[in-house]
Ligand binder design. Structure first.
Ligand code: CIZ
Ligand code: SF4
Length: 304
């Protein structure tokens, strides 16, 4: 405890010295969310990164999120507490594979989930997040869409369009782990609870939900819902904001496996250290960043 207090004081000092802003994803450890200037999902945090007038952005999340911040704010220094915090879903698609698919479907628009590398975004027409995926899909003119990399989110949004969707077979190791059986067991244990779920979960699990939405969507829903008890089908870090928003409600995570190990690689100590040493920094080659920026900016234009 004493150690954490010292770390927090040092952090405040460093933040001032460096003119830094700390952005934390909702899946981060509580000790990081507590000290963040701003908490959000990947969409809100990308917007924040694009707007900030700080000199340094400390992005507490996984690597692709830091990259998106750097792409949208190329003149700023973007730090990440631990560069080993990757996203296995983002790594499931590579440039060669995507290019081959584009050649096979030359008239298709490439819509890419923000959970992807800068190189993949550079090959993309428009990005989306789970918060705006349906809006983005509906904004596309062509009849055919190449969708990368999340098959579960792809399946979910395909229900909201008549366009032909060519869906990449990637998935989130964490969300995809949740099964129908898990949810059934939780429902029998907590019969009065509503089940809320993130569309990165499997289609058959999403189908069981009382509410389906992005992390921000789930937070908003639970805050205003009449129900007092929820079974939550998304990453357990979300509990921090859920409990902050609704101290009088009860949240049960639908499985003990809903923990993203990559998100948890970051901690308070590493956060302080990265501001101290100004390392590790996110670097995106400018020619990649310029192309990727267009796909992110298109997303921001469609969804403001
Ligand atoms: O699973 C993730 O990494 C999500 C849902 C990110 C985000 O904030 O959209
Ligand atoms: Fe990637 Fe899933 Fe972790 Fe999100 S929760 S960072 S999609 S592995």
């Amino acid at each position: 405890k004493q150690r954490n207090l010292e770390l927090k004081e040092r952090l405040l000092q460093l933040k001032k010295e460096r003119n830094a802003i700390i952005l934390a994803h909702y899946y981060q450890r509580d000790e990081i969310q507590e000290v963040a200037d701003f908490r959000g999902d990947s969409f809100l945090l990308a917007q924040k990164a694009a707007e900030t007038d700080a000199d340094v952005i400390v992005f507490c999340g996984v690597h692709f999120m830091g990259e998106s911040a750097k792409i949208l704010a190329p003149d700023k220094t973007v730090l990440i507490p631990d560069e080993r915090a990757g996203c296995p879903m983002a790594d499931m698609v590579n440039v060669e594979g995507l290019r081959a698919l584009k050649q096979k479907h030359p008239n298709a628009t490439v819509v890419t989930y923000i959970n992807s590398s800068a190189e993949i975004k550079a090959e993309t027409d428009i990005c989306c997040t789970s918060a705006n995926a349906v809006k983005v899909i509906q904004s596309v003119d062509s009849d055919e869409i190449i969708w990368v990399p999340d098959k579960n989110l792809g399946h979910y949004v395909s229900q909201y369009t008549d366009k032909k969707m060519i869906i990449w077979e990637g998935y989130c190791n964490t969300h995809d782990m949740l099964t129908v059986k898990d949810v059934e067991e939780m429902r029998s244990k907590y019969p009065n609870a509503e089940f809320v779920v993130h569309p990165e979960c499997r289609p058959e699990v999403v189908e069981m939900a009382d509410f389906v939405g992005s992390t921000t969507g789930i937070l908003k829903y639970c805050k205003q819902a009449e129900a007092k008890e929820f079974i939550v089908g998304t990453e357990d870090g979300t509990g921090y904001q859920l409990r902050l928003d609704s101290p009088d409600k009860t949240f049960h995570f639908a499985s003990k496996f809903l923990v993203c190990p990559n998100m948890k690689v970051n901690n308070l100590k590493k956060l302080v250290r990265c501001l101290e040493t100004m390392q590790p920094q996110i670097y995106v080659p400018p020619q990649v960043a310029d192309k990727a920026r267009r796909s992110l900016e298109r997303m921001l234009e469609v969804t403001v």
